[in-house]
Design a protein around this ligand. Structure first.
Ligand SMILES: [Zn+2]
Length: 202
């Protein structure tokens, strides 16, 4: 039986304009590229410990264009079979708001099943936080044709982990405890996704 391969995408680069929090009163500031990479690193460490196969799509600190990231994903899909891969793209949200949300491309695919599994884990992991969702199509994910979701051949899910421009959220995702909880939530969700995948492919 083939195993589910986890592809971890950490978007944005050091120099990407806008992808950062305001400078807070104490001088602290969050850069999204650093947050995304740190969460991916933490998830990767836990996956390695469990001997779960994964790839980190972006090793650079610069902003790798979306089509290049999609190409890297699709190369791995062509070797392993797209349905045996799951892409997780890790982000921090912005635009004013609070809480956690998950995205897939428009329409019903395997990504929607994975997103629902991940949503359930997040709801358990962050009981004191607002869960943001869109139930109009019968599940909790929000949907849009983001390039990294639409142009990749495997099921692809994007998580927006709290708002970097809302101070309470930003403090949480700057903290060691917050990052540990976010990484663990993804790790637990990945284990659930693997279990679901194995049940499907039996
Ligand atoms: Zn982002």
């Amino acid at each position: 039986m083939s195993r589910l391969r986890i592809l971890l995408d950490n978007g944005h680069g050091q120099e990407t304009p806008g992808k950062r929090s305001p400078v807070w009163a104490d001088g602290s500031q969050l850069f999204e590229y650093e947050f995304n990479r740190d969460i991916v690193r933490r998830i990767a460490r836990m996956l390695a410990h469990k001997s779960i196969t994964f790839d980190i799509i972006v090793h650079e600190n610069t902003d790798i264009p979306l089509y290049v990231r999609a190409n890297r994903v699709n190369h791995i899909c062509s070797v392993n079979g797209a349905k045996n891969c799951l892409l997780l793209s890790i982000h921090a949200n912005a635009g004013g708001g609070t809480g956690w949300e998950v995205w897939t491309s428009i329409g019903q695919t395997m990504a929607d099943d994975y997103a629902e599994i991940i949503y359930k884990r997040a709801k358990i992991a962050f009981p004191e936080w607002k869960m943001r969702y869109d139930m109009t199509d019968g599940d909790h994910d929000k949907e849009d044709d983001f390039t990294i979701l639409k142009k990749t051949q495997c099921p692809a899910v994007l998580t927006e982990n709290f708002f970097m421009d809302t101070e309470r959220d930003c403090r949480f995702i700057m903290s060691e405890a917050g990052r540990d909880r976010i990484a663990r939530m993804h790790f637990d969700a990945i284990l659930d996704c693997i279990a679901w995948y194995e049940k499907q492919s039996r």
